[in-house]
Design a binder for this molecule. Structure first.
Ligand code: ADP
Ligand code: NI
Length: 216
C-alpha cells in the first residue's frame, strides 16, 4: 500500500473534486468539518487515525438522499480504496462504518468499533450548534419545506421507515432529530462538545419562538 499520509491526501483530493457541486449541507465543507472533528476525536480516544480519516472523508460521497441508494457511498469508497492499494480488511472496516453511520432512528444499534463511533460522533456534531442550525434551514430551503408551522406538531418515536418518508418543518427537525443527538454520542469527548452545541440550539429555539410570537 502507498504510505498512509499519501492515501489520505489522495482521498481528500478525490472527494473534494467529487463533492464540488453539491449544495444542501452535504458538500465538501461538511466532509472537511467532519474529518477535522473525527481526527480530533481519534486523537483523544486513541482510535486508528487512518481508518477514521478515510471513513470520514468518504462517508458522504454518494448521499442516499441524493443518490436514492443506501449503499452507494460504501461501494464507491471500496472501489476507490482498492485502487489506492489499501488492504482488504481495512477497506471492509471503512465500508462497514460508512454503511452503518447515518441517522435512521433514535433506537438504531451502536457502531461496532471505536473508529466507527468517532466518525459517527463527528458527523452528528456537525448537525448541532451554529453549523447545525444553518444546515437545517439550508436543507429546508432546498426541500421547499416551511421554516416553521405552529399547527404542525413534531412527531416523536418515528420508526426508521417513517422518519425517512417524513417531510416536516425545519423547526420540527430539531425536536425530531437534532435535540436527541447529544444523548446518543458514543465518546466522552464528543459528549462534551455536544453539550455546548445542544445548549446553543435550545437557546436559539426559545428565541425563535419568542420572536415568532412578537415577544422579543
Ligand atoms: P446525516 O446523514 O449526515 O446524519 P442527513 O443526511 O440526515 O444527516 O442530513 C443532512 C443535514 O440536513 C443535517 O444537518 C440535517 O440536520 C439536515 N436535515 C436532514 N433532514 C432534515 C429535515 N427534514 N429538515 C431540515 N433539515 C434536515
Ligand atoms: Ni455526513
Amino acid at each position: 500500500m502507498t504510505m498512509p499520509d499519501a492515501v489520505v491526501a489522495a482521498t481528500e483530493a478525490f472527494v473534494q473534486e467529487r463533492l464540488a457541486n453539491h449544495g444542501a449541507g452535504h458538500d465538501w465543507n461538511h466532509t472537511e468539518r467532519v474529518t477535522r472533528l473525527a481526527r480530533r476525536l481519534a486523537e483523544a480516544e486513541g482510535a486508528n487515525h487512518l481508518v477514521v480519516q478515510l471513513a470520514a472523508l468518504l462517508h458522504d460521497i454518494a448521499d442516499f438522499k441524493f443518490s436514492g441508494d443506501e449503499e452507494a457511498s460504501g461501494r464507491q469508497a471500496a472501489a476507490w480504496l482498492a485502487g489506492q492499494g489499501v488492504e482488504g480488511a481495512m477497506i471492509a472496516h471503512v465500508v462497514e462504518i460508512i454503511n452503518t453511520l447515518s441517522f435512521k432512528s433514535v433506537d438504531q444499534p451502536r457502531l461496532r468499533t471505536l473508529e466507527g463511533q468517532c466518525v459517527q460522533d463527528a458527523d452528528r456534531l456537525d448537525a448541532l450548534g451554529a453549523i447545525g442550525i444553518a444546515r437545517t434551514f439550508a436543507y429546508g430551503g432546498w426541500k421547499g419545506t416551511p421554516m416553521h408551522d405552529p399547527a404542525m406538531p413534531p412527531r416523536v418515536g418515528m420508526t426508521a421507515e417513517e422518519y425517512r418518508a417524513h417531510l416536516g418543518t425545519s423547526v420540527n427537525h430539531f425536536h425530531e432529530k437534532l435535540l436527541h443527538l447529544r444523548d446518543l454520542m458514543n465518546t466522552p469527548t464528543a459528549r462534551r462538545l455536544a453539550e455546548a452545541r445542544h445548549q446553543y440550539m435550545v437557546e436559539f429555539l426559545a428565541r425563535f419562538e419568542a420572536e415568532w410570537q412578537g415577544l422579543d
